[in-house]
Design a protein around this ligand. Sequence first.
Ligand SMILES: *Cc1c(COP(=O)(O)O)cnc(C)c1O
Length: 325
Amino acid sequence: MRMLRTVFRTANHHTIPMSGTGTSGLETIMLNLIEPGDDVVIAVIGYFGQRLVEMATRAGANVRVLEAAFGEIVDPSRFAAELEDKPAKLVALVHAETSTGADQPVAEVAKIARDAGALVAVDCVTSLGGMPLEVDAWGIDAAGSCSQKCLGAPPGLGPVTFGPRAIEAIARRKVQTSTWYMDLNLLFKYWGDAGGTKQRAFHHTAPVSSIYAFHEALRLALDEGMDARWQRHREAHEFFVAGLERLGLSLFTPEAHRLPMLNVISIPEAVDDAAVRRALLERGIEIAGGFGPLAGKTWRVGLMGNNANQLRIQRLLDALEEVLP
Ligand SMILES: *Cc1c(COP(=O)(O)O)cnc(C)c1O
């Protein structure tokens, strides 16, 4: 808990890894913060924003969506206009949208949402550990990430953090959350109250082997230092982009809001998407295809954790040079 707080840059007591991948952490946030009938505003700039909408809808929220075209972001002023029009209990957004490679500015949106009296929840599954994310300084009330992306641990845990405003909102609920497994009140009877004075009550078996692995990944991340780690991801991205340019390739996402750890490449005309990915796979390198409308038009290259490394990137660039016509 202590190391995870440092990585999230928060003093929140309620900071734990949920037993399940990143999605379990996000669903924990939605199911605990939303009561049926609540107004929720969600930014959708790609596939993962849409999943937040689905979770909020299933939790019974009246969801209002702020949408942007693929590759674009929602201008913070649109949140202000939307909330001025009609308040909301919660504003939810994806920080690093993995389907489009776009960086949605969180600090500005969080301030606007708080000023309008809304809670702020952030999907930082792809961003945590790979780019600046400041839970407390930015005023984020709840954030959820994963173990396997920029923190480089095995998949299986969904680290979450809840701030005091979120905990108060949960305490004020009129109806209990529909989830038993992800009920924060029950979970913290096991993980412990802030003073650590109350008796702990069994909830579910902790996936201890995953937690040991995650503990080691956090230790390595803190040994490197968060600022150094963010810088390493940034430099890896710049090294990769320079190499792509030499190969005549360019990125799909506009430079103004590009992510460092998730690079979306425009596939040139006359290049066979699947054939290139297959040839790379034969050389031991897996890159991802595009999502939804970007399928066949883009490749997605993750430079996360150990893969934010120039030797590994050079290996991919060399393989691309060999494989591309
Ligand atoms: C990967 C990802 C998820 C899902 O995380 P899992 O660990 O696969 O459950 C959610 N949101 C974003 C933005 C992601 O990139």
